[in-house]
Design a binder for this molecule. Structure first.
Ligand code: ZN
Length: 345
């Protein structure tokens, strides 16, 4: 009798176990476990998926490190400034982090989707990859770079080389203050002033947000910031903090501090970069061929400490001049720089 009762209890427990923990739960768990195992066994593939593509606004970017496995070009990467130089024989192509331009053998061209930097790598959009492959194999880009861009030439020779340029603000003269000329120190960002400033009180003309800026030469519009959004004070402070960390301002950060910009690639390898603008001409389009004296935009203070506050203080035009990608002023003393500028403007 006792053993029958035990048999009955055991049978009941087994039945209850089957009801509450049916075998398919175990099978289900097993199959899940198998799936997990599969995932764990192929982490390489899934990790590569993550690191090999980056999607931004519907564009799949490819990593530079992956591209360099296919590209047989020589490469120089300046991670701090965000610059990637690719070399194919006599053709050098430079890409700039977050800056929509391309430099090909010292001359600038437009680039709609600039490289991004994330996860310790640079990322290139498909159209950027195509554009790089096109220009780096284009033999017509091979150019003889003149001496003025490579070494110090006599001041007179430099003046002659740049004499085709016109002053960008009507009636204005070169600043009376050294601090507004190229090469003047800029302690707040651990660097140097790279261009030429035209301020109200130092250029002999009244400068307001209504002051028009004109093209200093014929050229092709490389960049025009129609959709510029002013930095916030916080963003600007973050960029300046980078310059204290690195002891100089990284190039991609400097680009943001220049505010609303227009870049024009002119003749003789001269790049004119008009920055801190308040507005740009609605008629300007990237790729347009413009003439000397064409309207570029109005003077402003975008990207500056005053600009981020939204006031009208510190208005000035800042113009950068590069010859085949090199500063025209680097091999000269401040006195010589002034002499060159006063002769050309
Ligand atoms: Zn300036």
């Amino acid at each position: 009798m006792k053993s029958k009762l035990w048999l009955y209890i055991i049978a009941s427990v087994v039945t209850l176990l089957i009801i509450f923990f049916p075998p398919y739960t175990v099978w289900f768990q097993t199959s899940n476990f198998a799936a997990d195992l599969e995932k764990k066994e192929t982490p390489k593939e899934s990790n590569e998926d993550v690191s090999n593509s980056l999607e931004k606004k519907g564009t799949d970017y490819k990593s530079l490190s992956e591209l360099l496995k296919e590209w047989k070009y020589e490469v120089n990467i300046n991670s701090l400034d965000g610059e990637i130089e690719l070399i194919n024989g006599k053709i050098r192509v430079t890409l700039y982090q977050e800056t929509p331009v391309l430099k090909v053998n010292g001359e600038f061209a437009p680039l709609s989707k600039p490289p991004l930097k994330e996860n310790q790598d640079f990322w290139l959009a498909p159209e950027t990859i195509k554009e790089v492959e096109r220009v780096i194999n284009d033999q017509s880009k091979i150019k003889e770079i003149p001496a003025v861009a490579k070494q110090r030439v006599p001041v007179k020779q430099m003046i002659r080389y740049l004499s085709f340029l016109e002053v960008p603000i009507k009636g204005a003269h070169v600043s009376t203050k050294e601090s507004q000329l190229p090469g003047a120190p800029r302690a707040y960002r651990n660097g140097y002033h790279e261009g030429i400033d035209w301020y109200d009180y130092t250029s002999g003309v009244k400068i307001t947000k209504k002051t028009p800026v004109y093209s200093i030469a014929d050229g092709i519009v490389v960049r025009v910031d129609h959709d510029y959004k002013e930095l916030t004070a916080k963003e600007r402070a973050r960029l300046l903090k980078l310059s204290s960390i690195y002891d100089r301002t990284p190039e991609y950060a400097l680009d943001k501090l220049r505010g609303r910009s227009v870049w024009v690639q002119c003749e003789k390898g001269v790049l004119a970069r008009y920055v801190h603008l308040d507005l740009v001409s609605k008629d300007l389009k990237v790729g347009d061929r413009i003439k000397q004296g064409d309207y570029i935009g109005n003077v402003g203070n975008s990207g500056t400490s005053e600009g981020v506050l939204g006031n009208s203080e510190g208005l000035h035009l800042h113009l950068d001049l590069l010859i085949y990608g090199e500063w025209f002023w680097e091999n000269y003393t401040m006195k010589e720089r002034r002499k060159i500028l006063e002769n050309i403007f």
